[in-house]
Design a binder for this molecule. Sequence first.
Ligand code: SAH
Ligand code: SF4
Length: 345
Amino acid sequence: MQSILQRAETQHTLTASEIVSLLGCQDPFSLFAAANRVRQKYVGDGVYLRGLIEFSSFCKNDCMYCGLRGSNTHAQRYRLSPGQIVEMAQKAAGYGYKTVVLQSGEDLWFTVERMCEIIREIKKLGLVITLSIGEKTREEYAAYRQAGADRYLLRIETTDKQLYEKLDPRMSFENRMRCLYDLKDLGYEVGSGSLVGLPGQTLESLADDLLFFKQLPVDMAGIGPFIPHPHTPLSQESVEGHFELSLKMMALMRLLLPDINIPATTAMETLHPQGRLLALKCGANVVMPNVTEGDYRKQYELYPGKICTAESPAQCRGCIQGKIKSIGRFVSNRPGFHGEYLKNR
Ligand code: SAH
Ligand code: SF4
């Protein structure tokens, strides 16, 4: 294992079977330490913060794992007005965020015209914009890009086509892939990622996910543990092992793609009180604090037990800054594009 890790740390290559053995290893300490060294060398000690605005909990899709799936009649649905979204972005800029992430279910109320108008208004504030609003046509992606969107987050969730289509019954694997290639082609910084611990998912398919991210290649990769939601068909699934496996995935991601942005996901902290800090020590370099206000935070329930639903955006900003400092890192005041650290050194 040591020689495999040494090669991964210096050459950033691993075969599928090497990844499988590292994902299955009993003592991941040296994997985590190697990822931390690579993180420091390629992206530094600065942590990029992205302010997350969860602007609609309506979704036309029906992903089996997600609390916002269309069939969940218990879900609380809300939709912020364009004015409210821009106002939250303005406040985020006031808290010092350089990037806002606009995330929602696939909500058809937000037509391409409405979305482009929101993007144009937010760009006037000098913010970098990441969209995370699901599958759209190439023309729609082109229109958002032209309006000023810079980045796009669309997790592949799993590269196992059969599993993908079983868990996302209204969606096709080919279309998800098409979206990712279109986004790349249109000049977005593209973020993808996996849900870790899905029922039926194997270590082999997780290894394929990582190799796919390297091949695309992604500019960002968000790895999140699957957390069963009580009002979904997967409510009885276990959460056992998902946290540690997600950390290993993040660490391997860092070894394979040394200079990309890797968020310490909020779902990690739902499973472990120090989840985001542990992730930051295993390869991650980004945190996405919530800047959505009021009750909406609670209502945007992709999974249960979401952290910080009672906090305000200002509290989250202060809290995460303190946590980041406590591990000897700092909040970067740069926009945090892919590769920026190496260029500016
Ligand atoms: N609708 C958009 C964006 C919102 S969902 C989309 O699907 O791309 C954002 C992410 O939430 C999804 O990519 C998925 O990986 C994650 N998610 C959904 N349900 C989850 C669960 N039960 N546990 C953990 N993460 C979940
Ligand atoms: Fe909708 Fe995204 Fe949830 Fe799927 S994961 S149901 S697309 S919000």
